[in-house]
Ligand binder design. Sequence first.
Ligand code: FPP
Length: 300
Amino acid sequence: MYRIPELKKCSPGIPLPASTSTLLSGILEYKVTRKFSYQISLLILQPLYPVMEETNYINDLKLGKLPTHVAIIMDGNGRWARKHGRPRVFGHKNGVQAVREVSEAAAEIGIKYLTLYAFSTENWSRPPREVSALMGLLVETIHREMNTLNNNDIRLRAIGELQKLPPKTYEALLEGIDKTKDNKRMDLVLALNYSSRWEITECVRTISELVRLNKIKPTDISESMISDYLATHFMPDPEFLIRTSGEKRLSNFLLWQSAYTEFYFCNKMWPEFKKEDFFQAIQEFQNRERRFGKTSDQLL
Ligand code: FPP
């Protein structure tokens, strides 16, 4: 059964051991003459390049400066499929592999919450065949990945108007949530039949009802009370939000929660988004200055 490597024990800010590339090139350099070592290492190391690239990005991360919560708008499945001359569902199927890669990558470095926008309230207006294929894919993926989630101590959660999902999807989701509820390493949160405006409307309804019943006064309403009545009440706001496919908008996702979120837009389509892309994005987050309304000088 697949286990995600543990990296969390590395001290914050201390670089990880030398990357695979440096190590292997070093050995080759030692064993053969300087003249041929470069060509030989090129030949032998070529199949290892993706792993080496990934290792390099991990090495460059400051593990003490990670976001606690990363949110992702997984966009571009349809366009990716079209580019390959295939139906849109082919893109979604390949998107599942990216979900796996990025979940592994996030758990590997110690991200505590990973929220994925998997199906928005507006996505119901897609062709019925695509909607039903997406719902089927969710059921299949939850069943297939259950053991991996448990073996890696990852808790499945969901936000959105879940009761309105097709019964089979809803049941698979509840089962996945229940069977992983004791896991502690990372929460993998699927936003399903979710939209921020739905969530904020629900929150306003609940709080108004509390006022009507005289349980609270309007002056009791605070920002933290609103956060407590949103679907995301169990996790901190995301410090970092990634959107793939070159689109630069939030599409009704975590509007309240992203007041101070750092945004990262990349041109890769979601099925092309790999571990190293995730690490590269996190690296960029680590180089951003988060001022929260203050000046740079005040942060020193
Ligand atoms: C956006 O691409 C993608 C979606 C609306 C669905 C995302 C679903 C998956 C990645 C598969 C299932 C997920 C899980 C968590 C198992 P798009 O179709 O809007 O692409 P386009 O903009 O190119 O048309």
